[in-house]
Design a binder for this molecule. Structure first.
Ligand SMILES: Cc1ncc(COP(=O)(O)O)c(C=O)c1O
Length: 434
């Protein structure tokens, strides 16, 4: 596409924004806003965000900072007192040793992933990423100019990767492997032996490993295994590992926009360059809030985790009642619901269709769910090609919303089955019936 450039020159569309895939939720959100403006009350199960308020002692620390301290620029990697506390958190929660110099404070986990990609990959590089996976990986790879190569997670194993699928996709251009456990959108927690096998795979193919651990403190059963615990100190220092962390989910701090990354010394040098050039530093008050979160009582984390677990159990019980239970998420706060098959139907592959209608099916279902039931979820096709038959439900919402929303999903599935073999296909853009 030719693009008119101010100044009279015509050039091929090379601007960054033109390479970005559109925000996949935009259409649904637009319909949702129209409905809200029309006075409808929506049940919002699409947002990956806790419905809890940030604990008061964290808020108080930010207020005190704003009142008592000059809000100056700070060191680009974060204030040393915060980085010391973060090193302690990594030791306490993630179980490995790291020094403050190996930590960079970022604009959320989002900023950490973006910096990591900008500092390590570019045009010509390929990056292995989970399918289904967090949609931002695709958009951020587009910014870095590298090629996404999705590797499937298998619903039959509770959404774990199969190493043979990774081996099939790796080649001389592959530079980085993204691992996300506990995972979005699956809630899967990778067992220790799988993490070890993934590390071994990365070592054999000389890949960098980006471990997105934004949900590290939201594990219900089993353990969260940070891949870095299985590396030698020399391997960590040599710099093949980047760990990504966030305050957003652990402390209900999504809007504060603070996260951090951990990397070996060599990688840290390039990461710091990108970090410094990107946004200089985060607000001091935000960093004080993060410090208070780490230093204060941790029972708020335990309470929120217990609430997500109760909601997870509630969702599973409901799905079982409707015959739509498929797997148990062991972490994070999401559950994938199969809209095309019931529990006993197995995991038969959907016949491939050349017109892309399978990909659109979940979106059509989500639109119909919104128009007819006022329930908003994320269609599975936005997370990759493994989840075209699913929608993602966030358990960040309250119990009543989850109950009503999930029931609506299951009931709409039943109605769809009565009309056509593929839910939503024959009903796309159908008129509202109440
Ligand atoms: C897998 C994953 N990584 C990273 C993030 C980034 O979150 P934040 O930028 O709020 O820390 C999210 C947010 O939803 C996520 O799901």
């Amino acid at each position: 596409m030719q693009q008119e450039i101010p100044g009279g020159r015509e050039e091929p569309g090379q601007h960054l924004w033109q390479r970005l895939p559109p925000n996949p939720l935009a259409e649904l959100r637009q319909v949702a806003e129209e409905r809200e403006r029309a006075g409808q009350v929506l049940r919002r199960l699409e947002i990956g965000e806790p419905n809890f308020r940030t604990p008061q002692h964290i808020v108080a620390a930010a207020i005190a900072s704003l009142q008592q301290e000059a809000q100056t620029y700070g060191p680009s990697g974060g204030w040393p007192w915060l980085r010391e506390l973060l090193a302690e958190k990594i030791r306490r929660v993630n179980g490995y040793e790291v020094s403050a110099a190996n930590i960079g404070v970022t604009v959320g986990g989002t900023g950490a992933v973006q910096l990591a990609l900008l500092a390590t990959v570019g045009p010509g590089d390929e990056v292995l990423l989970p399918d289904p996976g967090w949609p931002h990986y695709y958009r951020q790879l587009a910014i870095a100019g590298a090629k996404p190569v999705p590797y499937p997670l298998d619903p039959a194993s509770g959404w774990l990767p199969d190493l043979r699928e990774l081996e099939r996709r790796v080649n001389a251009r592959t530079r980085l492997l993204i691992v996300n456990s506990p995972g979005n959108p699956t809630g899967a927690v990778f067992p220790r032996e799988l993490i070890a096998a993934l590390l071994d795979f990365a070592r054999r193919h000389r890949l960098l490993l980006l471990s997105d651990e934004c949900y590290d403190e939201l594990v219900f059963e089993g353990e969260h295994v940070s891949p870095a615990t299985l590396l030698t100190a020399t391997e960590r220092e040599r710099g093949t590992f980047i760990g990504v962390y966030s305050f957003s989910k652990t402390y209900a701090m999504t809007g504060w926009r603070i996260g951090y990354l951990v990397a070996g010394q060599v990688l840290m040098r390039s990461l710091s360059q990108v970090l410094d050039a990107s946004y200089t530093s985060l607000p001091l008050a935000t960093q004080r809030a993060a410090a208070a979160a780490l230093q204060g009582p941790q029972d708020c984390v335990a309470q929120m985790r217990a609430a997500y677990r109760r909601r997870r159990d509630q969702a599973i019980a409901l799905l079982k009642r409707y015959g739509r239970y498929e797997y148990t998420p062991h972490g994070a706060f999401y559950i994938l619901v199969n809209i095309a098959r019931k529990s006993g139907d197995g995991h038969r592959a959907r016949p491939a269709r050349s017109d892309g209608s399978a990909r659109e099916q979940a979106t059509a279902f989500a639109l119909e769910l919104l128009r007819r039931r006022n329930v908003l979820v994320v269609p599975g096709n936005l997370f990759g090609s493994s989840t075209v038959d699913y929608v993602r439900v966030s358990l960040g919402a309250d119990e009543e919303t989850i109950e009503e929303g999930l029931s609506s999903i299951c009931e709409l599935c039943e109605e769809g089955k009565a009309h056509a073999p593929g839910v939503g296909e024959a009903r796309e853009h159908s008129e509202e019936s109440g």
